[in-house]
Design a protein around this ligand. Structure first.
Ligand code: ADP
Length: 163
C-alpha cells in the first residue's frame, strides 16, 4: 500500500493546503497530514486546534488522516510505513527551501521519496501568514480558507478585540 505523509505547520490550514491534500488523496492509498509542533515557531493556533481544524476540513476525504508530530519527517515516515513525503510548491519562493529539505531528507533516508505537487494557480500566492495578518486586521479571508478555519479565526480575533 502506498502511504504518503504531508507535513506542515498548517497554522492555519488554507485552501491551498486543502487542494494539495485532496490531490494527494487521489494519488496515494492513504495520506497522513502531519501537523508539526515546531519549538522554533510560535504558532497562532495551538497544536490541538490545528489538528482539530485539519480533521474538520478533510472529513470528506476517507483516506486522509491527521496526526500531530514533532521531530524528523523521515522518522515519522518510517514509523508510519510511508514511502513518500508530499510537499506543495508555490511560485518561485518555495523552491530553494523545498529542494534543500528534499535533499536533506533523502540523505537521511534514501527510501523515502519527496513528491512535489504544484500549487493551483488560484493559490500560488496564498500563505498561512498572510491569512493570519489579514484576518487579524478584520479583512475577509473567506476565499482563502475552509469554513471551519474561517469560523475559528473570526472567534479568535473577536475575542482578542473584546479583551
Ligand atoms: P511549513 O512550515 O512546513 O512550510 P506550511 O503549513 O506553511 O508548513 O506548508 C506546508 C506545505 O504546504 C509546504 O510544502 C508548502 O509549500 C505547502 N503550501 C503552503 N501553502 C500552499 C499553497 N497555497 N498551495 C500549495 N501548497 C502550499
Amino acid at each position: 500500500m502506498k502511504i504518503a505523509v504531508y507535513p506542515g505547520s498548517f497554522d492555519p490550514i488554507t485552501l491551498g493546503h486543502l487542494d494539495v491534500i485532496t490531490r494527494a488523496s487521489k494519488l496515494f492509498e492513504k495520506v497522513i497530514m502531519a501537523v508539526v509542533t515546531n519549538p522554533n515557531k510560535t504558532p497562532l493556533i495551538d497544536i490541538d486546534n490545528r489538528v482539530r481544524l485539519a480533521q474538520a476540513c478533510t472529513k470528506t476525504l476517507p483516506n486522509v488522516e491527521v496526526t500531530a508530530f514533532e521531530g524528523l519527517t523521515v522518522e515519522l515516515a518510517n514509523r508510519l510505513n510511508a514511502g513518500v513525503i508530499v510537499r506543495g510548491l508555490r511560485a518561485v519562493s518555495d523552491f530553494e527551501y523545498e529542494f534543500m529539505m528534499a535533499q536533506m531528507n533523502k540523505s537521511l533516508n534514501d527510501d523515502v521519496e519527496t513528491v512535489f505537487l504544484a500549487a493551483d494557480t488560484d493559490y500560488q500566492f496564498l500563505t498561512s501568514s498572510v491569512v493570519k495578518e489579514v484576518a487579524k486586521l478584520g479583512g475577509d479571508v473567506s476565499g482563502n480558507v475552509p469554513a471551519p478555519v474561517l469560523d475559528y479565526l473570526q472567534q479568535c480575533f473577536e475575542k482578542e478585540q473584546a479583551s
